[in-house]
Design a binder for this molecule. Structure first.
Ligand code: ASP
Length: 940
């Protein structure tokens, strides 16, 4: 029965092929026959069992030829991968036979092409098709690929290529490219550059192909991005002169696009000329960089970023290693997951993709190759071509190069690239890039933090600084002399020691030779000071009172500010005014005193006139004498002055007005004195108790307004730059004044400025940063800060541009700030030495005590007032004595003696009335002859 079925099949096949039948085709023909006649057999064979048996028999016997085209000189791994894949598939086919899962066996056909020989390529592919081939893999070179493609497209035979094609996506009919499209690779590079935040870099390329590859990378740049240098690697393999030039230009970021095998040589030469180190970063475009041994360069701290398509740790790659080991070849090839290159993996995947499509087709309708000569008649195409092509298009495959999916034009649209970054332990995946989602970071926050910390750990860093207390100063000399970091102390030393402890690195302080902060010399195009030290690679960090400025930030990087400050004015404290004896006059200005005196006299005069005019002010001399022929007015000029004076002093007076007009005037005067006394008393307390220190300047505006006090600043620092570059008209004006001032008001350092303020005794004010002013005013009690801050900025630790230590050091600064260590450090270094602290300007303290010098003037007034009163009383006494002498007809001397004798007799408290010797009139109306105010007293 078995033999009978086979015979029937063979008979039909040989008939269909025009009676040609070769012994070599035996199995194949039998299988095709079986497939073609399967439905017929089923009709003939009523029982399903024998039908299945027959079909199975012919499937096993069926083979499909697939060709691998490789150019001479191609890596042997490609042909090896091709054969290994076919071998693995056939082994699997064989292993499934016992379970009655049947599929054709693949027959690998390898052809080697001469590169550049188009004719040979065409002949080779035509030979293949005329012998019959179910699919072609390769070749690699663009020209050969195009010849094969045109043949395959015409004969409808699928072709799978694995090379990078720099041309824009083609409309391919039967060609599929497993290599990610050039546009995707370019986009991935653009995204990685963006993530790396590289805006300026140098591109090193090998050949024209690289330029084509990088064209879109360069085109994607933003218009405001700085220009990129594009340099070609030398053809003779000596890249040193070029690399030296790049090093001298200060470039630290390089994009390297060359053959994978050229990379180690370029890196070796770069290392020779010291273009590989912590500060250099490389982006290597080869997808096989990870297969190279670059450990030496990674250890140097250089940051190497690259992309890869094949994940060496994926399950499929690990499994495929067995397939590679199975194959026995004349020259054994050892492929390990870490050394598996992209194109080797793609050839392996191409065989699988093609086989899968052929097998899928064979389950529906058995696929078999046809002999198709290139020059056959029109319409001689492979019957299964369209079907297999559609299978490849619709298929989603998982290969060594990841997910595989093609679009209608045969370009690979589904794949994922790993973004790798070098670390001391080799390349680490930090992100993935897919055409659909772009750049996706795969690093967690802690991993990223750990990574940044590991860069600095264990390193020995050079810290550049300058001497300026309290940031850094020399310690007192000792014997034997101190060495290394032990020579210095200060805030900067403590700060960096704290950071080093957190990040686990060691450091060494080096003073900047010129002692400058860092200014840019436009003429020479160079930086000096600390910034220059960083730029020239002589230091890793720079720390002192280095202000973060935009100009400096364009040349170096800064960490988070560790101190915040602003520009302010350093000036001398105003002299305390000497105590003023007459400070009781201070509550009113001299004008007010004059106005008050004028008011006093004026009101007295008006009062006098009103009193004389008002009838009610004229009264009888004695109330009991109603018949008096004269009226008297109490408000004589003397009495009025006494009245207004009494009111003004708050003492009152026994003379009171009686008329309405005089009362009204008196009322107004009392109101005036009430307010005047209240104001005086209120002000007096303040004026007597607070000794006001007058300062000629209290703000920058005051300083700008005047010309007597000169002002200046440190000439080569950020403070001077602030005035120079300010848009504010006030500061611009002040900058011009400073520039034109003679003698020069700019100083060589802040210390010189402080000395000038001290010696200037109020004639020089110095613009300095508030933190330094705080320090100086804590040490020098006669200095003070005037006004507020003109701006707001910070001190930061500077690092060379793109320093890999920046994130870690910045993080450490933040940590110290949060823990309060920074303020503790400041308190420590900003404190005056014990016992030398300045007294606080405490207004309460000044106001509590009043010395005799403050109130002495009042005593003086009392003293002189008393003296004048005494003098007047002497005059009154002498005048009285003279009168007595005339009336008593005695000598003036006798009168004085008798009066004095009476005065010194303290026991006598009554004085006899002196009477004329002449018969005295009894009329008590003679007011001239009485003592006392009551004429009727009649005292003895
Ligand atoms: N700290 C300033 C600087 O970094 C110096 C200054 O202007 O006071 O330039």
């Amino acid at each position: 029965m078995k033999q009978f079925l086979v015979r029937i099949c063979q008979w039909f096949i040989t008939r269909r092929r025009g009676g040609r039948y070769s012994e070599g085709d035996n199995e194949k023909v039998r299988c095709r026959g079986a497939v073609m006649f399967q439905p017929l057999l089923l009709v003939f064979l009523l029982l399903p069992g024998p039908a299945r048996y027959c079909a199975a028999k012919y499937h096993v016997a069926h083979t499909l030829r697939i060709a691998g085209l490789f150019e001479e000189g191609s890596p042997p791994e490609w042909a090896f991968a091709f054969q290994s894949a076919v071998d693995a598939i056939n082994r699997q086919t064989a292993s499934w036979a016992p379970q009655r899962v049947f599929r054709p066996t693949l027959e690998p056909v390898l052809r080697t092409l001469s590169p550049g020989d188009s004719f040979g390529t065409g002949r080779a592919v035509c030979n293949l098709t005329s012998e019959g081939v179910a699919g072609i893999i390769g070749p690699r070179q663009t020209a050969s690929t195009d010849i094969v493609r045109s043949v395959c497209d015409r004969l409808e035979i699928p072709q799978v290529v694995t090379n990078w094609d720099p041309r824009p996506p083609l409309r391919r009919a039967y060609q599929f490219n497993l290599h990610p499209d050039a546009k995707f690779i370019a986009q991935a590079l653009v995204d990685v550059l963006r993530e790396l935040k590289w805006r300026s870099y140098t591109v090193l390329y090998q050949g024209d192909e690289s330029l084509v590859r990088l064209r879109s990378v360069l085109q994607e740049r933003e218009p405001r991005d700085p220009p990129v240098a594009v340099r070609q690697l030398s053809q003779d393999g000596d890249h040193r002169p070029l690399l030296k030039e790049i090093r001298q230009s200060g470039e630290t970021r390089l994009v390297l696009d060359c053959d994978t095998d050229t990379v180690p040589e370029v890196m070796r030469q770069a290392e020779e000329i010291k273009l590989i180190g912590v500060y250099q970063s490389y982006l290597i475009t080869s997808l096989d960089t990870h297969t190279l041994d670059l450990g030496r360069y990674q250890q140097s701290g250089a940051n190497i970023t690259t992309l890869r398509l094949v994940q060496p740790d994926s399950e499929l790659v690990l499994k495929s290693m067995q397939d590679f080991q199975y194959l026995r070849t004349a020259q054994p090839i050892h492929i390990r997951p870490e050394t598996l290159r992209t194109e080797t993996a793609l050839v392996f995947d191409a065989v699988h993709v093609l086989a899968n499509a052929l097998f899928k087709g064979s389950t529906a309708q058995p696929v078999r190759e046809q002999r198709l000569p290139c020059h056959g008649g029109v319409g001689a195409v492979w019957d299964h071509g369209i079907g297999v092509r559609e299978f490849i298009r619709d298929m989603r495959h998982e290969g060594l190069s990841g997910d595989i999916l093609f679009d209608a034009s045969g370009s690979r649209v589904r794949f994922s690239l790993d973004v790798l970054e070098s670390s001391s332990s080799g390349f680490q995946r930090v992100a993935t890039w897919t055409p659909q989602e772009g750049f996706l970071s795969s690093r967690t926050e802690t991993q990223a933090q750990r990574q940044t910390q590991s860069i600095i750990e264990g390193r020995h860093l050079i810290v550049s600084s300058r001497l300026d207390a309290p940031y850094l100063r020399m310690k007192a000399p000792t014997t034997p002399p101190r060495v290394g970091n032990d020579r210095y102390e200060g805030y900067s030393m403590d700060l960096i020691a704290n950071i080093a402890e957190l990040l686990n690195f060691t450091f060494e302080f080096k003073l900047a030779p010129d002692g400058e902060y860092g200014t840019y010399d436009k003429r020479k195009g160079t930086w000096n000071g600390l910034v220059g030290e960083l730029i020239n690679g002589r230091a890793d960090l720079a720390i002192c009172d280095l202000t973060i400025t935009e100009e400096r930030q364009s040349a170096v990087d800064f960490t988070m500010p560790f101190m915040n400050l602003g520009i302010s004015i350093l000036y001398t404290k105003p002299e305390k005014p000497p105590p003023n004896l007459f400070s009781f006059l201070d509550p009113f200005t001299i004008d007010v005193w004059i106005y008050m005196a004028t008011a006093f006299l004026g009101v007295s005069a008006i009062f006098f006139v009103l009193a004389r005019m008002a009838p009610n002010e004229w009264t009888r001399p004695h109330p009991c004498d109603q018949d008096s022929s004269e009226l008297e007015n109490t408000f004589s000029l003397i009495n009025i002055l006494w009245f207004t004076m009494g009111s003004l002093m708050g003492a009152g007076c026994d003379l009171l007005p009686k008329a309405v007009s005089t009362r009204l005037l008196a009322g107004m005067w009392w109101f005036f004195t009430l307010i005047a006394i209240a104001s005086y008393t209120a002000n007096l307390a303040a004026f007597l108790t607070i000794s006001r220190m007058e300062s000629p300047i209290n703000s920058v505006q005051d300083l700008a307004k005047q010309t007597k006090i000169k002002y200046g600043t440190f000439g080569r620092g950020s403070t001077a730059a602030f005035f120079k570059n300010s848009n504010d008209s006030l500061y611009q004006r002040m900058w011009i004044v400073m520039k034109q001032a003679r003698p020069d008001v700019f100083t060589d350092d802040n210390h010189e400025g402080v000395e000038r303020v001290k010696k200037g005794k109020g004639n020089y004010a110095f613009f300095m940063e508030s933190t330094s002013i705080e320090y100086q005013t804590a040490l020098n009690c006669d200095l003070r800060k005037v006004g507020g801050q003109l701006d707001s900025k910070g001190y930061g630790i500077a690092l060379p541009r793109d320093s890999p230590y920046r994130t870690a050091v910045s993080g450490a600064v933040l940590q110290l700030q949060e823990r309060g260590n920074l303020s503790a450090l400041k308190n420590r270094w900003w404190k005056a030495p014990e016992g030398k602290e300045c007294d606080e300007d405490d207004p309460d303290k000044n106001s509590t005590e009043l010395g005799i010098l403050n109130v002495g003037g009042v005593f003086l007034v009392l003293f002189f007032g008393t003296l004048i009163a005494f003098a007047v009383s002497v005059l009154e006494f002498l005048w009285n004595c003279r009168k007595i002498a005339v009336e008593e007809m005695m000598t003036p001397w006798e009168a004085v003696v008798s009066e004095l004798r009476f005065i010194v007799q303290c026991g006598l408290d009554a004085k006899p009335v002196r009477r004329r010797r002449e018969p005295a009139p009894s009329d008590c109306s003679d007011s001239r002859l009485h003592y006392g105010s009551l004429c009727s007293s009649g005292r003895k």
